[in-house]
Design a protein around this ligand. Structure first.
Ligand code: HEC
Length: 119
């Protein structure tokens, strides 16, 4: 590669990196979509995050075993999104329950962004 070409490429890469990061796909809007997404599972069950967490993240929900689930929005429940192990554990379980796959990092990031954006 000619030196000039190489320098141009380096310049392009450095100037491009911030937008590449922003294009990781994570956004409040995507997080909201994930929360309200409804899908029918392979077992024919209609599933959504709202089934257990209700359609209002500031409200308490109910688990399958009828246990109270504290609100997901940190504005209503400051303990949310403070314990990384807990966050990962429940994303793993709940994404599997609703989407029948694991959530991507962008989806998880978006979801947390959305919850934190709720006033
Ligand atoms: C079958 C019921 C159920 C469904 C459906 C469900 N959740 Fe949950 N979720 C729970 C329970 C139970 C907990 C743990 C109890 C608690 O934290 O209060 C929890 C906790 C969480 C947490 C932990 C947050 C923290 O920091 O404490 C996250 C994140 C989460 N859920 C995300 C989701 C997402 C995303 C979806 C939809 C893809 C979803 N949940 C659907 C039952 C459910």
């Amino acid at each position: 590669m000619k030196p000039l070409k190489f320098i141009t490429l380096c310049l392009l890469l450095t100037s491009a990196s911030p937008s590449v990061l922003a294009e990781s796909g994570a956004s409040i809007e995507e997080g909201k979509k994930l929360f309200y997404l409804e899908r029918v599972t392979s077992k024919g069950e209609k599933m959504s995050c709202t089934v257990c967490h209700t359609d209002n993240p500031k409200q308490s929900g109910k688990s399958r075993a009828n246990k109270v689930i504290e609100p997901l929005a940190p504005v209503a429940n400051p303990k949310r999104f403070t314990d990384q192990a807990k966050i990962e554990k429940w994303f793993k379980r709940n994404c599997q329950d609703v989407l029948e796959r694991q959530c991507t990092s962008a989806e998880k990031e978006s979801f947390v962004m959305y919850m934190k954006s709720i006033k």
